[in-house]
Design a protein around this ligand. Sequence first.
Ligand SMILES: [Zn+2]
Length: 638
Amino acid sequence: MRHSPNGLSNRPSSISGSTPGSTVPVTGPVSAGPPPRRSSPADRPLGLLGVAGLVVVSVVLLSSGGCALFRSPPGPPPLVWDSVSPPLLVGEVELEGPEPLVVGIPPAPGRYDRDLDVVHYDIELVIPPENDRVSSRTTLRYLREVAGPHLVTLDFTGLRVEAVTWQGEALEFRHEDGLLEFAAPGSPGVFDTLQVEIMSRGVPADGLILRENVHGQPSAFADNWPNRARFWFPSNDHLSDRAAVSFTVHAPPERRVVANGVQVAEPVPADSTRTGGIGGLMTWRWESAVPIPTYLMVVGVADLEVLDLGTAACGQAPASPRPDGCVEVTGWAFAPDTAHARRVFHRAPEMVDLYVDMFGPYPYEKLANVQAATRFGGMENASAIFYSEQAIAQGRDLEGTVAHEIVHQWFGNSVTPAGWEHLWISEGFASYFGPYFWEHVEGRQALVDRMDVNRERVLAAPEVRARPVVDTSPGNLLDLLNANSYQKGSLVLHMLRWVTGDRVFFQGVRRFYQAHSGGNASTDDFQRVMEQVHGESLEWFFRQWLHAPGYPEYRVEWSWNGARNEVQLRVRQEQDSAWPTFRMPVEVEFQLDGGVHRQLLMMDGREWTRTLPLPGEPLAVRLDPDGWLLARIHDDRE
Ligand SMILES: [Zn+2]
């Protein structure tokens, strides 16, 4: 991800047509009257509904005063969505859900230790022409290793839950404080796959951004990092739980839909029994069979043009649906911006091919590069990267962002940090191997120049002074989008390459990818792999650079002894006493009358001195002439 120029804020949920507690006639396909039908998924083919079930009923819309504790309402028969149609969008309906959470709250300790493993999300969305609200049906299939009745806790906030059905049976549920909870009857088998459907509607307070794009056209783009999927679909919204996902999106005909994975079929006219009676919509279907974390599950719905950018990763893309085994690389842009988009995205296939060579096979079905009206400057959503709409509309050079987001397809998306504190495994890797593309095509100086920019950023960043890269207690997860995760992370990799040498470094990164692709990895996991390849402990390196704040501030002093032809070199580490005393191999360059002399020295200790023979008196002494280190360096002659 790249930082947004727009910032990120939590806005209150909008309320439209709110009539809490009133009784509103709703027309639509519901099956009236208890008892609820219990059926297997196979009993309920999509779009099929008994004609007798098409009735007009009155539904009590429950009061929603900040939270809602639902019990079977008295009076009219309980509302049972017949697992066919999403909630209605027409008419005066209650849209308000419980008060949305503040964005970016870290999970409570132990929140995701429970026995819940979602294996598949099926998300059906209705986007009306007005683009001002959504209704949805989310079907989750999940695994449980314990038989019998159990409590299911999902993340979901801001939208109004209309019904929860479990294996076809309506359940009572509680929806408050960002959690949707219900007791499921369970099933006799163990290791069972269970299914729950949640119907909801409203105006997402976040996560799915409904707004006009830069050209004043309606658009809907998801934007889930770090845990904002919960603002638009009920989910186990943590980066440790990956699942396959399919999307069925009913959208106005002039808009295109893009999402993760492959487009399953050409869009077809929507069945109005599935759109709450809204006519004229088109139904799009996308599916990612490759399991991904919820923060990467997205749809984009807008007036988009598709640009063919070519293919990549041929024979190195196991998820590709194409007979030739290549991955399609496309650009998606608003009509006025297609020329800019083509220029910005045109090297994407070349970048994919480089990273396939470096890391391993491309993990997804395709790669779409999408101009998107969201909140971040770039978001690496698996196989459907979203980029700042303004940057593309203005024709800005975004190639650095393109390379960064493409690296994320391997690091971040496929190897996902084990927890948010290991975010540098995503952002630091993208901030190093993105710039590496230019070392590959232009030579080493192109990388050095980019690392110089990153170093300046780190040296100016208060968070680097205060916090370690592996930061286990951020106040808000959004605070982790900082110079520690990005620029310092990139320089840690640059220095690790310096310490281990190119052969070990690139082999280690490749092995790390192989060992953890399709899973989660911690900083320790990366350290272990690098130590195996390097053949010796790197504890000292990881400890000082990732688990403590700061960097060395070297003060270099030297004097020349002409009688003995020796230079006396003294290097003090003047950084904050709360920061580590760094141990690093440092190259020293002595400028002599007839050329330069370089020497590699292991520097450690707050006060370090060496006496070195030299063929002549140095004119100048320089530490780290090739720019490998993260350090502030002061040169003085005594
Ligand atoms: Zn990133």
